[in-house]
Every structure is written in structure tokens, then in C-alpha cells.
Design a protein around this ligand. Structure first.
Ligand code: ZN
Length: 215
């Protein structure tokens, strides 16, 4: 059986090699923690500092990490967290430093426009309403999990589109030539082959809507 099975096995060697190459791309390995050291860190730091300076944004409170997650987010305690899936894509799908500048500009736009604060306020109102409803209809508070904007996704659709427009303005001010075109290129890059429901950008509006908004 072992002898007969051998030619069959050989057939799979190219596939195995391909899989090994694929997995070696996935350099980030630890999950579930926020870590400070990663090879792309200097690019992110430069982007935060350059965009901040050009646009009078005080970035001194912002700290930078990488960890679990799909895309890049900014938290309400001023942490920019670069997701594992983003780094994987950056390393394996020809990511460019310009793209990092675009996505950092987007996060700094959320930051400058205080989107998270507005989102939190909306979240508290929803929670309060649901707690009230819970007294009348026991168990109704569970609906909060489905309705609460903070639980479902970070920002509203309109906030995402607003952050895109603001990010392009930031890049303009920073002196980036053809900022809008470059930003759109970065968007296209991050959406390629990503499932709209479960993929990297599932929490954001569709690519066409975002490009349409910028045009
Ligand atoms: Zn966003």
C-alpha cells in the first residue's frame, strides 16, 4: 500500500510547497495580546507624525500597537491598533508605505472629528433606552446587543465616508500630489479578494460607495 501510494503522494508535493510558502508569509504569530514591536512600525510612526504635523493634530497621546483584528482601528483611549490580517495582507499582497499613510490618515480623521465620542454617546443612549425597555419587557435588554452601534461596528456609514473625505484633505495639506487618486488606489488594494460580509473590510461601507463619495 505504501509503495502504491507513493506516486499519488508525489502529485501533491507542489501543492504542499505552495502551502508552505503561503504560511511563511504569515509572519505575525502571537494572538490575543497587544504588542508594540513589528517591522512596519517605523512607517506607521512616520505617517502619524507627518500627517499630524501637516494638519495641526496633536498626536502626542496616540500610541501604536499591533494585535488581533482585521483592519486598523483607533480606540477611545487613543491607541492605533494594526490588525494581524492587515499585516498579513501588507506583507503578502504587495503593500506599499503610501497605503499605510492613507489608512493612518483615515484613522486620524476619525480621531480629529471625534467620531468615537459621538458614537459612544449614541451607544449610551441606546443602552439606557434598552435598560428602560427591559423593565417593561424582561429580556428586551438583550436586543441592545443587536442594536448598539458600539457593539456591532465601530463607526456609522456616514462617519466612514466623512473620514475618507477628511483623510484626502489631510493628504492634500501634507503636500501629497494626486492625493485622492492615491487614496482610492489604497482602498482598491485593501478590498481586493476580501469577502464583503466576513472579510477585512466587513465593518466598512462597500468599496464602490467609498469611491463614489470621494468622486
Ligand atoms: Zn473608518
Amino acid at each position: 500500500m505504501g509503495v502504491r501510494g507513493e506516486p499519488k503522494l508525489r502529485k501533491y508535493i507542489p501543492i504542499l510547497l505552495f502551502l508552505i510558502v503561503l504560511t511563511s508569509c504569515a509572519a505575525p504569530q502571537r494572538r490575543g495580546a497587544l504588542l508594540t514591536e513589528f517591522p512596519e512600525r517605523p512607517i506607521f510612526e512616520a505617517a502619524i507624525s507627518d500627517i499630524g504635523k501637516a494638519n495641526d493634530i496633536d498626536v502626542s497621546k496616540i500610541s501604536l500597537y499591533w494585535g488581533d483584528g482585521s483592519t486598523i482601528i483607533i480606540t477611545d483611549d487613543d491607541k492605533i491598533i494594526v490588525g494581524y490580517d492587515f499585516l498579513y495582507r501588507y506583507r503578502c499582497r504587495e503593500g506599499k508605505p503610501e497605503y499605510i499613510y492613507c489608512f493612518v490618515a483615515h484613522e486620524l480623521a476619525h480621531y480629529k472629528l471625534s467620531h468615537l465620542g459621538k458614537r459612544k454617546a449614541a451607544s449610551y443612549v441606546t443602552t439606557a433606552l434598552m435598560l428602560g425597555l427591559n423593565m417593561v419587557v424582561p429580556g428586551a435588554g438583550l436586543l441592545n446587543l443587536g442594536l448598539n452601534p458600539m457593539v456591532t461596528s465601530g463607526y456609522s456609514r456616514s462617519q466612514e465616508l466623512e473620514a475618507d473625505s477628511e483623510a484626502v484633505k489631510f493628504m492634500d495639506k501634507q503636500g501629497v500630489e494626486g492625493a485622492r487618486g492615491k487614496y482610492i488606489e489604497a482602498l482598491r488594494w485593501i478590498y481586493v479578494g476580501s469577502n464583503p460580509k466576513t472579510g477585512l473590510m466587513a465593518t466598512h461601507p462597500q468599496l464602490e460607495d467609498r469611491i463614489g463619495n470621494l468622486n
